[in-house]
Design a protein around this ligand. Structure first.
Ligand SMILES: Nc1ncnc2c1ncn2[C@@H]1O[C@H](COP(=O)(O)OP(=O)(O)OP(=O)(O)O)[C@@H](O)[C@H]1O
Length: 311
């Protein structure tokens, strides 16, 4: 099957800076793909090359098998794009805005009317369609922007930081919408918000300093970096206890975090069976009063920090 997005040695240099360096990516159809990386990693530069807004210094990019730049008109038909800060005309209603955008795409008026109504439904703005965009919340604007990007049935939808400016309810609505869109299109979203990735993405790529560090399904990433984490709350100060754990052969790291409002010891191990046996004995020997003891999995954030540091 032709991948929705493919890059071969994609690179962009700005003078001596390699913003994107020899990137090989493959994104399957009908996936929600998370594109992650710390600030300055090269995410925006990559998205600009994938959407034909910036020419690569070397390498090639394909959307649905069509090479970007070689066949830009054919490629443009295949994707929709929502920038991180979309611009709207506040005096237009939501429906008028979609008609305006559809006319720019050259859509037939009858088809446009039908598609706009259908999309207002999908993004749950059917009631707000006749209200002026100036009165929309940020979340509503973002959903309208997604409807606009989906107008001409793109096979790939690029979303740049789609939830970063939203409150928790706006975020939840946009994430629910992204999950539903995968029925229609492949979604490629760049983001910093790892909990969003955990909620909606099937696969991810992590880049750092312009280079691909890892690409895999979220599941594989978890299995590969599976280390178990014990969370413990104590009635007394547990700092000396954490230090005493460092000598244990199964110990990877110990952190003091605040979980559910309480100071918590988070202890990571790479040998869960031994740690499970040993920890209760060590807690008993410490004389501390144990209030909570839980075995959890590392978050995507833990994995991200580890992968980026190692690179
Ligand atoms: N037009 C440009 N001229 C010179 N350097 C640039 C240009 N655009 C980007 N860069 C550099 O390329 C690198 C990658 O930038 P890019 O904006 O792609 O990163 P990013 O991952 O999107 O970062 P952020 O998450 O902060 O938006 C950075 O070092 C940046 O300073």
């Amino acid at each position: 099957m032709t991948p929705a997005i493919k890059t071969e040695g994609l690179s962009k240099h700005f003078g001596s800076i390699a913003a994107v360096d020899n990137l090989d990516l493959e994104v399957p159809e009908r996936a929600v793909f998370g594109f992650l990386g710390p600030n300055g990693a090269g995410k925006t530069t990559t998205v600009k090359m994938l959407t034909g807004l910036s020419r690569p210094t070397a390498g090639r990019a394909f959307i649905c098998g069509e090479e970007v730049f070689q066949s830009s008109v054919a490629v443009r038909r295949n994707f929709g794009f929502l920038p991180d800060v979309p611009a709207f005309y506040d005096w237009m209603t939501g429906t008028e805005y979609l008609y305006f955008a559809g006319e720019l795409y050259g859509m037939d008026y009858r088809e446009l009317k039908k598609r706009a109504a259908e999309l207002l439904d999908v993004v749950e703005l059917q009631k707000a369609g006749n209200r002026k965009v100036g009165g929309y919340s940020r979340g509503m604007k973002q959903r309208l922007g997604i409807a606009q990007a989906m107008l001409n049935h793109p096979k790939v939808l690029f979303l740049d930081e789609p939830t970063s400016a939203l409150d928790p309810i706006g975020r939840r609505d946009v994430l629910d919408l992204i999950s539903r869109l995968k029925e229609e299109a492949t979604v490629f979203m760049s983001t910093h918000i790892l909990s969003d990735v955990e909620r909606v993405c099937d696969s991810v790529a992590i880049i750092n300093n312009g280079k691909l560090v890892v690409t895999s399904t979220v599941e594989e990433l978890r299995t590969k970096y599976a280390r178990s984490v014990f969370e413990m709350e104590f009635a007394e100060d547990f700092a000396p206890f954490m230090v005493s754990l460092e000598k244990q052969p199964w110990f990877v790291k110990a952190e003091r975090v605040v979980s559910n409002g309480a100071p918590t010891a988070r202890v990571t191990t790479d040998d869960v069976a031994v740690a499970r046996r040993e920890l209760p004995r060590l807690i008993a020997a410490s004389g501390l009063t144990l209030l909570r003891y839980e075995l959890t999995q590392p978050s995507l954030e833990d994995i991200f920090v580890e992968v980026v540091k190692a690179s």
